[in-house]
Design a protein around this ligand. Sequence first.
Ligand code: URP
Ligand code: ZN
Ligand code: ZN
Ligand code: ZN
Length: 485
Amino acid sequence: MPSTVIKNGTIVTADLTYTADVKIEGETITEIGTNLSGDTTLDATGCYVMPGGIDPHTHLEMPFMGTYSTDDFHSGTQAALAGGTTMVVDFAIQQPGQTLIEALQMWDNKSGRAHCDFSFHMAITGWDEQVFDDMKTVVQEKGINSFKHFMAYKGAMMVDDDEMYASFQRCAELGALPLVHAENGDVVAQMQAKLMAEGNDGPEGHAYSRPPEVEGEAVNRAIMLADMAGVPLYVVHTSCEQAHEAIRRARQKGMRVYGEPLIQHLVLDESEYFDKDWDHSARRVMSPPFRNKQHQDSLWAGLAAGSLQCVATDHCAFTTEQKRFGVGDFTKIPNGTGGLEDRLPLLWTHGVRTGRLTMNEFVAVTSTNSAKILNMYPKKGAVLAGADADLVVWDPEATKTISAKTQQSAIDYNVFEGMEVTGLPRFTLTRGHVAVEEGTMKSREGHGRFVKREPFQSVNRALSQWKELMHPRKVERTGIPASGV
Ligand code: URP
Ligand code: ZN
Ligand code: ZN
Ligand code: ZN
């Protein structure tokens, strides 16, 4: 079996920083130590050797708002690798009339082109007996242990509280993790209609129709439902203080709630929607929208404090032409932005280089926490003997200016265009294969494999144990008064 040794680097994991060589045989890390040798040597002088990034939230070739997101498993996973991310978790979403199993088949077909490993969350967009039954197959046979619920997109993917509560209870039975897109979809729909009626039809209307309160309310509601059902909860694209506050408070009360800010919300703000150029603003339309500096500060603080756990991208990239479906009606602008290639460099630049995050926290929020929460640690998210050799050799001094001209993403712009970043991959390895070397792509289409994730992670077990202890029990009484007295 061919072997590779990464030499002269400093290993940085979620909890340790130390100097050692890393030996890889085939697809796996086999040894960590000093003076190791192998068939090939990768020089990591001046670099950090870290677990490759895991993006827990992407939408590759997703049918949405009358079109498909343009980056697919080919361009999307190439973008991931170029930026040091070695695994993506995408969302398999039922189309009207489809079963969960049929939706999964559709995603299996698309993902054959992946250049890096991937897994799926399954979306629950309605509720009936078939969905109830299929969830068991999805968890026990298909290796998927997380289910997403859209509390927004009324009339499309949105689920109501009764459907969501039923699904959360099913997740509790199956040892799965529910995820929520938390925005009050009824209020958003009314606000959209009102804004349009008042002539507010530009991209700024998107931001006005989805204020932080709408998100905060939905997060609180989802937390209550998860607590009633006795399941953990993962809140995707946590964008504001109201949502973060709800998560923080729940965690302080001992609830198992996780929050996921996006790199976009951490570094871009709401002023993007007030640009005079329609295309500029529309390209940045996503839900929830970008917020102001106070909300950004709250998200950064949450990452440092541990009340928010994972930085994702929600990569869902539409071309300018696709965005223009919404000229004259902001509600028709396809929602979504890209970020896969830029997540790690931007977080390093704005997080580690400013002192907002330590290097170890960087690894935790870009990789290890996702691997643990989604139950694939230490196969993924670790630099340990026995783990998959998904690694990034990170040059903390390498710089570039982000530009659509040089990106792997297939769209015609980049929402971070012109931003300078310091910190880039020297090498990105996916299961031992050097897919990126000093900015040159050497990745292989079809190399990526589906990662099965087992149910009943320890948090689910602990919660169901506690729920069982706290279950209402009839009080067996003595001294019952005689009837009729
Ligand atoms: O605007 C967004 N976030 N688009 C992708 C779909 C979703 O809501 O996650
Ligand atoms: Zn390809
Ligand atoms: Zn969403
Ligand atoms: Zn999403």
